[in-house]
Ligand binder design. Structure first.
Ligand SMILES: Cc1cc2nc3c(=O)[nH]c(=O)nc-3n(C[C@H](O)[C@H](O)[C@H](O)COP(=O)(O)OP(=O)(O)OC[C@H]3O[C@@H](n4cnc5c(N)ncnc54)[C@H](O)[C@@H]3O)c2cc1C
Length: 398
């Protein structure tokens, strides 16, 4: 649903008009943004200020929703995640951005650029597509972790470390990243316990030769006074809606106030399958992401996918909120430049050959959209006339 209603096919009306009805074929948006977290909202503000028509489709599940507050975001410390989103929406709306509540389930190329289908069957269309859908944290398979996630089951010391300083902190040891986490969280508390679990144990419950700590790591753990407990961890001990400890498979409970886990990060990209785009393994081995170049252009097999961009956790699995917002800004400026380049090409072609078949196709497309006739304007070169005749501003030829 938009702020104005629920269209079945949402494209752009002239700025500032409600979008529920159109008598004439509407124009596509300049940019369709899928995902309205820090990355998508920041891009919407920047594109709105660049006088671009923008629609943000959002399913309302920002990754940090379970957390009490946002930390490490200058001047916004402790702000509730939902409040940050609300402020961002207000700001983007003030520059003309439209919002649609819903989940993108499919995306295709179309005459004007892209058409994205939502879970209610409606569509949005735009010339460029920005993927800002974030990621899903896939938690290790220990009962109860999901219920405590973002409260006292944690992963990021820069998000929560201060809040659990000096507490009894456990690290669920599922792989090499867990040893790194144990050494890292030691900065916030002297009371750290690493629980060997999962792959760090072998089939008969002993320490895995292959995945357990190396000799050097045992020494580092000892040097920093980090306790090591051989698991596996079977569950959590929760009292009065607070973590009280972890329960080992043998039934023994070790008291704790916080438990650190290493989720697998999975970018939310299923709706891009229709464009032939899939997530790829992240080079750090922490999950899957949408590959992109340094300007935010999405890559497939290392090759740029024209018109598709990405920002935030969907492409950068490690990005914090402020980094995601910054990425949204950066990508927005790149998309705007890309649109300017296209419009310039069209303007020059029209200036040179105002009645060419190419220009006719573009005029037809801009007036009639999908009902246009003639050439596909997306696939026509800027100039089709062989001669180099240039028309001057005064209508003379040279
Ligand atoms: C528990 C927890 C606490 C955290 N605390 C902090 C912190 O204190 N400070 C900090 O800097 N970072 C923190 N982070 C990291 C922070 O969540 C991310 O940096 C940030 O959310 C990334 O922003 P984003 O815009 O890329 O993605 P998100 O904020 O996740 O936004 C993506 C949006 O896209 C929408 N979406 C997804 N798929 C679709 C679809 N198919 N169609 C439509 N919409 C879709 C989602 O509903 C969501 O609203 C925390 C993370 C977690 C898990």
């Amino acid at each position: 649903m938009t702020s104005h209603g629920t269209p079945s096919s949402l494209t752009r009306l002239p700025h500032s008009q409600p979008q529920t009805q159109t008598q004439t074929q509407p124009q596509p948006y300049d940019v369709v943004i899928i995902g309205g977290g820090a990355a998508g909202l920041s891009a919407a503000v920047v594109l709105g200020r660049a006088r671009r028509s923008v629609v943000v489709v959002d399913s309302g599940q920002p990754r940090n929703a379970p957390a009490d507050g946002v930390h490490s975001y200058l001047t916004r410390d402790g702000l509730r995640p939902a409040e940050l989103v609300r402020l961002g929406q207000d700001e983007a709306r003030s520059y003309g951005a439209d919002f649609v509540a819903g989940r993108a389930v499919d995306s295709r190329r179309s005459a004007h650029g892209f058409t994205v289908t939502l879970d209610d069957g409606s569509t949005v269309s735009g010339r460029r597509l920005l993927v800002a859908t974030g990621l899903v944290d896939e938690l290790p398979d220990v009962p109860g972790l999901g219920d405590r996630w973002g409260r006292d089951v944690l992963h990021c010391p820069y998000c929560h470390g201060w809040e659990v300083r000096d507490q009894a902190i456990g690290i669920l040891g599922t792989g090499p990243k867990s040893i790194h986490q144990a050494l890292l969280f030691r900065q916030w508390s002297r009371n750290i316990t690493l629980f060997l679990h999962g792959d760090m144990l072998d089939a008969d419950g002993g320490i895995s030769e292959q995945h357990g700590p190396t000799e050097a790591e045992w020494e580092q753990l000892a040097a920093r006074g980090i306790s090591v407990v051989i698991g596996p961890v079977a569950g959590l001990d929760v009292r009065d809606d607070a973590l009280a400890g972890v329960r080992l498979a043998g039934g023994h409970v070790i008291p704790l106030q916080a438990l650190v886990v290493a989720p697998t990060f999975t970018a939310r990209t299923a709706f891009l399958a229709g464009l032939g785009l899939v997530s790829s393994p992240h080079p750090l081995g922490v999950g899957t992401h949408l590959d992109s170049d340094e300007t935010g252009r999405v890559l497939s097999g290392g090759v740029v996918v024209p018109g598709v961009w990405a920002a935030g956790n969907a492409t950068n699995l490690m990005a914090q909120v402020v980094v995601s917002a910054a990425a949204g800004l950066g990508v927005a400026t790149m998309i705007n430049s890309d649109l300017i380049a296209e419009e310039l090409e069209t303007a020059v072609a029209a200036y040179r050959h105002p009645f060419s078949a190419v220009q006719e196709a573009r005029n037809s497309s801009s007036v009639l959209g999908d009902r246009r006739h003639g050439l596909d304007p997306q696939h026509t070169p800027a100039q089709q006339t062989p001669d180099d005749t240039v028309q001057t501003p005064h209508g003379q030829t040279s």
